[in-house]
Design a protein around this ligand. Structure first.
Ligand code: 5GP
Ligand code: ZN
Length: 112
């Protein structure tokens, strides 16, 4: 989508440090890491957020989630937190669906 920074990263018009890629999924290092390991995993197609998912995305999202463990391991950790901010109030800044993999160190507790 025009003007979407993660679409540009997926198209490689903006460089990133890629840690995993296939035809549908890209994983790259966050430019402002919040933990020793901080990877962003995105579908290559533009989907705004979790609320925008529909049945037609089922296979893509299950493939993405099944890859997380491999991506984390490749990045040096098998203990991690996976999160996706959905909406401005929740802290979403980039409106292309993404999952943060945070790990590589002891993480603080989150309220839930
Ligand atoms: P959000 O707050 O939307 O859940 O997370 C967006 C994340 O994208 C932030 O952690 C931010 O550091 C990261 N980010 C934003 N722009 C870029 C970029 O151009 N390159 C990379 N590698 N990360 C980015
Ligand atoms: Zn996009």
């Amino acid at each position: 989508m025009d003007g979407c920074i993660f679409c540009k990263i997926a198209e490689k018009t903006i460089p990133s440090e890629i840690v995993y890629e296939d035809d549908q999924i890209l994983a790259f290092k966050d430019r402002e890491p919040q933990a020793k390991v901080h990877i962003l995993v995105i579908p290559k197609i533009h989907i705004e957020d979790l609320n925008s998912l529909s049945e037609k995305n089922s296979l893509l999202i299950s493939r993405l989630l099944l890859k997380v463990s491999e991506i984390a391991k490749k990045s040096g950790t098998s203990s991690y937190r996976l999160l996706s901010n959905c909406g401005k109030e929740a802290g979403q800044e980039v409106f292309h669906l993404h999952f943060h993999i945070l790990g590589g160190e002891k993480l603080g507790k989150i309220r839930c």
